[in-house]
Design a binder for this molecule. Structure first.
Ligand SMILES: [Zn+2]
Length: 270
């Protein structure tokens, strides 16, 4: 990943996705918004106790910097499950308290529709983008430990295959900044759920007598490889959001009193 700046807003992009000119994408940071602490400053979390005016203003800032229409922004309340939303047409413009169009209860959004922007919001959970350049299909996914355990990456890739005929070998993936193994200690019970349910857990679960640690980014990467993605098509951010809570919101580091950053993506209309 590397850092870019548009209209003074800093954000990160995946190098291997940046080569596709029809696609735009970004991972925001906590810089460039107007929210005060503990949501300082670019809080995009719609269910945080930040002022709605700040949250709306921050969304406007992002849409202006990335040059997309806010009324065609699609997101969802996220519930740490595995439901996948497929958007097949541009939404009707409607008045809403939440910027753009917000659905309820989806942790993955899939589309081949041009002219809309899909977004997921995170603070430690793993933000994932999947893109098939041949079919021009995008998915954005929110994978916390529960979503990872329910194999949301595998299920999203499966939907790309089923609904759009995407071949997994053609899909490129970006795994964004999230809590790292360094900071994500879990109970032995949670670690055991991972080792019992998920294939390849030796790559992402480590346990000693006192603690268990899970590498959520690696767990999702493993799911992608098991689904048929090529290793060289997966780019993973090295950043741990908890170690770098100066740059990203971290739910665990900040004990829940924090904002959300976002992964956004869309296909240009022309
Ligand atoms: Zn860390």
């Amino acid at each position: 990943m590397h850092k870019e700046r548009l209209k003074s807003l800093p954000f990160l992009v995946f190098d291997h996705l940046n080569t596709h000119k029809e696609l735009y994408h970004a991972v925001t940071t906590r810089a460039g918004g107007q929210s005060p602490a503990p949501h300082a400053s670019l809080n995009l979390g719609i269910n945080t106790d930040d002022s709605p005016l700040n949250i709306i203003s921050n969304h406007i800032t992002v849409s202006k910097a990335l040059n997309f229409e806010l009324s065609f922004l699609i997101s969802s309340t996220q519930v740490h499950k595995d439901r996948i939303l497929c958007i097949s047409q541009k939404p009707e413009h409607k008045e809403s308290k939440v910027p753009g169009v917000c659905y309820e209860g989806f942790d993955s959004i899939l589309t081949a529709q041009k002219g809309i922007t899909v977004m997921i919001r995170v603070a430690d959970c793993v933000p994932i983008i999947l893109y098939n350049p041949k079919k021009k299909v995008i998915a954005v996914t929110h994978a916390g430990w529960k979503g990872t355990l329910s194999e949301i990456s595998i299920k999203t890739i499966h939907q790309m295959e089923k609904q759009f005929g995407c071949c997994p070998a053609d899909i490129k993936a970006g795994i964004g900044p999230a809590i790292g193994k360094c900071c994500f200690s879990v109970t032995h019970e949670v670690a055991e759920k991972f080792t019992e349910k998920l294939e390849g857990s030796k790559y992402f679960v480590s346990q000693n007598k006192s603690s268990s640690y899970i590498d959520l980014k690696e767990a999702n990467k493993t799911q992608m490889i098991l689904s048929g993605l090529k290793v060289e098509n997966i780019e993973t951010s090295e950043i741990c959001t908890s170690c770098r809570s100066d740059v990203f919101f971290s739910h665990r580091r900040e004990k829940g009193r924090t904002g959300r950053f976002a992964l956004l993506a869309g296909l240009h209309s022309s």
